[in-house]
Design a protein around this ligand. Structure first.
Ligand SMILES: [Zn+2]
Length: 538
């Protein structure tokens, strides 16, 4: 027996050969017909469930090309105290939560989401200032970017970090002139050394936390999400969630295993299935604009903002990896057949990566590699063209423009370099296929806002950023559907509404083409389907 659903109304297919249709028929988990209403209706079984869309619109389920579901699920749970600027906007409120958290958890406490540039008035915590607040209580604070961790003496002692500790590759412990730990660690190696134990503590809860997190993504229309901080020790949790009687996985996962010194991939490129599959490897070049460690050709401005985050006046930032280290990493993974996704923001870091990848492709030519650059805040039009010539693709954290747009221009880089931040228009003009993303807990998962921001380039305060034009609605939709699916090597099964693909669908309260770009975020997600099954909506 088969189950069929017939959708009648506005169907936005994101299929160039047939961009709009009047009807779509789902049988079991697949799309079996798309087209004009009489033709599609004629193929439906008499007992098919009919969904009359009315004023609503049917689109492919959204694809989050760069997420962190397995970490976000834990970070946003009871394991940590949430101080993200989207939740806790003021410095005073952050400090209140810090004191309350310490009082409630004398055994130790982890906070997530510090951002002195948005929570203005905060100054970078130090080991001494956190000792004053925490005393014997270990305090760990994760910066909202995920690129810095702050800690007090008790937390360092518990994690076994001393002034003699060596820096993990690509990461470092900041030390003062006397060689003492300042209480600040940069990048993933340092972050995991301090936050890892809390993540580990929650390991047994991961199956149901992850299931709940994915249901949250369904509520904003997402049906496929990449995991950019995958680590194979989480595999049992995934297996438990999807096992019969488990808490379930209501979105497809595309995993990128974190590269690590001396390691190779824990599975082969042929692995998994249509629900869960490892497609690539995550690498890094530089860090976060908000903590001063992206490698740029122009200087950070000398402002109250840059002083509050501890950036030296005139600093051009830094890379976390040398060219030799980048070469060493790519060589361990790429020849085995993996796609690489490299975190890179600064324009000089972009050059470093493009140089390394150009040489890599000469050593190991591959026709369809889809090498990915992630975030690419300060990437220039000429660099997008160079990327296009190499077959490299980019995924943009476009929401930076919304939440940090004013900070980018006024506090960090000025109009010339901050204005065109995450320049999607230039990337498209260079001929690249692009995606937009929200990057786990860094910004809320909000594909409709990403589209609006890509089109309007307007900050939350209402400032229109200078220096880059917006994208069209059609380009914005592609960046959240078919082109992000393509970046995940999944365009053959999801990302557009075509016969044979999975019925991963989202129903919006109105046709996006009928609202102003600025109004896109207020469209309602009415229902979300994964493989024909409703995973969100009444
Ligand atoms: Zn990320």
């Amino acid at each position: 027996m088969s189950t069929e659903t017939l959708f009648l109304g506005t169907v936005i297919t994101v299929d160039e050969t047939n961009p709009r249709a009047e009807a779509l028929l789902v049988r079991d988990d697949r799309i079996v017909a798309v087209g004009d209403a009489p033709t599609v209706r004629a193929q439906a079984a008499p007992d098919a469930t009919v969904v009359d869309l009315g004023d609503r619109a049917l689109l492919p389920g959204f694809v989050e090309a760069h997420g962190h579901p397995s970490d976000s699920a834990v970070i946003l749970s009871h394991i940590m105290i949430d101080i993200r600027p989207v939740v806790v906007p003021t410095a005073d409120a952050v400090m209140t939560l810090l004191h309350e958290g310490v009082a409630a958890h004398p055994e130790g406490v982890v906070f997530n989401g510090w951002d002195g540039l948005l929570q203005t008035g905060l100054t970078d915590p130090t080991r001494a200032s956190l000792d004053e607040i925490g005393g014997e209580t270990p305090i760990v604070i994760l910066h909202n970017s995920g690129h810095v961790v702050y800690f007090n003496t008790a937390a360092a002692a518990r994690a076994g970090i001393t002034r003699e500790s060596t820096d993990p590759v690509g990461s470092h412990w900041e030390k003062d002139a006397a060689g003492e730990l300042t209480g600040k660690g940069f990048e993933v190696g340092a972050v995991l050394a301090l936050v890892g134990p809390a993540l580990q503590e929650a390991a047994h809860e991961l199956p149901h936390l992850l299931s709940a997190y994915l249901r949250g993504l369904n509520a904003v229309g997402i049906t496929t999400v990449s995991d950019m901080s995958w680590d194979h020790t989480k595999q049992p949790a995934l297996d438990a969630a999807r096992a019969p009687g488990g808490s379930g996985l209501s979105a497809r996962l595309r995993l990128y295993e974190m590269s690590a010194p001396g390691k190779t991939a824990s599975v082969t490129p042929e692995n998994g299935d249509a629900l869960v599959r490892q497609v690539g490897i995550k690498t890094w070049a530089d860090g976060s604009p908000w903590v001063g460690n992206i490698l740029i050709s122009f200087p950070y401005l000398d402002t109250e903002g840059t002083r509050s985050i501890g950036v030296e006046p005139g600093s051009h930032g830094s890379a976390n990896y040398t060219r030799a280290q980048l070469d060493e990493v790519v060589e361990r993974y790429f020849p085995a057949g993996w796609q690489l996704a490299c975190h890179v923001h600064g324009d000089r870091a972009v050059d470093l990566v493009l140089d390394a990848w150009e040489a890599l492709l000469q050593r190991h030519p591959r026709a369809d590699h889809r090498l990915r650059m992630e975030h690419v805040g300060a990437m220039t039009p000429a660099q997008f063209e160079r990327a296009a010539a190499l077959g490299v693709t980019v995924s943009l954290l476009i929401d930076h423009v919304y939440y940090w747009g004013d900070v980018l221009v006024d506090e960090l880089f000025g109009a010339e370099h901050g204005g065109p931040w995450a320049n999607a228009r230039a990337a498209l003009d260079a001929g690249l296929r692009i995606s937009f993303h929200n990057d786990g807990t860094v910004t809320p998962a909000e594909p409709l806002r990403n589209m609006a921001v890509g089109m309007t380039r307007t900050s939350r305060a209402g400032t229109h950023l200078p220096g880059a034009a917006g994208v069209t609605l059609e380009e914005a939709i592609r960046a959240e559907t078919i082109d992000s699916a393509w970046q995940l090597f999944s365009e053959h099964e999801v990302g557009s509404l075509e016969v044979g693909k999975f019925a991963d669908l989202v129903v919006l309260s109105a046709d996006p083409a009928t609202v102003d770009p600025g109004g896109l975020p207020s469209l309602e997600v009415v229902a979300t389907y994964l493989g024909g099954e409703k995973v969100f909506g009444a």
